[in-house]
Design a protein around this ligand. Sequence first.
Ligand SMILES: *[C@@H]1O[C@H](CO)[C@@H](O)[C@H](O)[C@H]1NC(C)=O
Ligand SMILES: *[C@@H]1O[C@H](CO)[C@@H](O)[C@H](O)[C@H]1NC(C)=O
Ligand SMILES: *[C@@H]1O[C@H](CO)[C@@H](O)[C@H](O)[C@H]1NC(C)=O
Ligand SMILES: [Ca+2]
Length: 403
Amino acid sequence: MLFSAAVLLALLPAGLTAPSAGPLDKRAPLIQARSPAKVVPGKYIVKLKDGITDAAVNKAVGKYTASQVYKGVFKGFAGTFDAASLEAIRNLPDVEYVEEDAVFTINGIVTQTNAPWNLARISRRTAPSTSYRYDSTAGSGTCSYIIDTGVDTAHPQFENRAFWGANFAGDGQNSDLNGHGTAAAGVVGAITYGVAKKTKIIAVKVLNASGSGSTSGVISGMNWVVTDKATRGCPNGTAANMAIGGGFSASVNAAARNMVNGGVFLSVSSGADNANAANYSPASEPLACTVAASTQADAAASFSNWGSLIDIYAPGQNILTTWIGGGTNTLSGTSMAAAHITGLGAYLHTLRGSLTTAAQMCPFIRSIATQNVLTGVPTGTSNLLAYNGVDCNLSVAAPTCPQ
Ligand SMILES: *[C@@H]1O[C@H](CO)[C@@H](O)[C@H](O)[C@H]1NC(C)=O
Ligand SMILES: *[C@@H]1O[C@H](CO)[C@@H](O)[C@H](O)[C@H]1NC(C)=O
Ligand SMILES: *[C@@H]1O[C@H](CO)[C@@H](O)[C@H](O)[C@H]1NC(C)=O
Ligand SMILES: [Ca+2]
């Protein structure tokens, strides 16, 4: 692989300056790679003094077989050298230092520029921003079930990652005839509008074209997810989105509990009645991750439900997402907020593996959330805004994730 000079400079360890040789040692210093395990044996990068001419670079390379010669801002060469050659190179007058070559791995963070505000928001502690930063694993190997009006699974934004699951809406029409489910699925996992851009989307239709369905149909859909996930191929974990709700129902809450205990991370909308989430289901089920909506100005949305059962806030105003028929739409509501947390759960399942079970995921999301940045949060409601932890080391059990 050929690196340009500029790239090579970017790859040098931060803070690296060429140490000067000791007074008794006239040789150019040999800098060891930071991690011995990553050294490429026998390969070295030779840094020549700044400002020397290209002719001088050629002269220094001389008889050595260089795999790369750098003549830009970083002057030098690289190659495989035996001990005698290395010794001779270190004694050349224009050599500033020699560094062991090492395996360099990218940190895996991807930046989506010109991203929708809401995606940018959950990858930063502070607003505003226009780029969404996330780990390139992006929820791969997870399944995200969308319990809603169906999903336009053929929408190009889902890149053939969306599948029809089951229909309990009682209309026998295996498509999204409303748009709401497709919009939620987009925030979960669409390639442009989604949080977890590699998750698999499975449509579970429980609401018809007018967005209505029965409690019994909803419960059937919830139960179906728990059995289906065993056959779906989701080695890294399962999330489900319920951006739907009704009045308090002990049965719906029990089904929600069973989902979480059955290994499904369940994100639910708090409801949009500016009321206590305790009076709605599944929002009132403690094991569900109950999501309230925040605005682009970092305020609690005036329509959002609230109360002690709210686990987290996520963006829920002017959310650009997928729509039926292959298009897009801009929506506000706690549904859109819940979809961010479903996507985040899938994303974190991939990153955290066995460190976080489905039941532990909501507390984990709360533990890394951005604290006390939202205005207008009602007393008694946690002031926590969703954060994807992109600047934290999420490979440890209990990451320290500075605010
Ligand atoms: C599961 O997650 C790991 C990262 O933790 C990733 O490397 C792997 O590709 C994922 N599995 C699948 C099937 O995508
Ligand atoms: C949708 O379902 C509701 C409740 O079951 C029913 O009242 C309504 O007529 C249905 N609408 C359509 C368009 O099927
Ligand atoms: C994260 O922490 C683990 C355990 O301390 C460590 O092995 C790993 O190198 C850390 N990763 C980063 C990117 O700091
Ligand atoms: Ca909860």
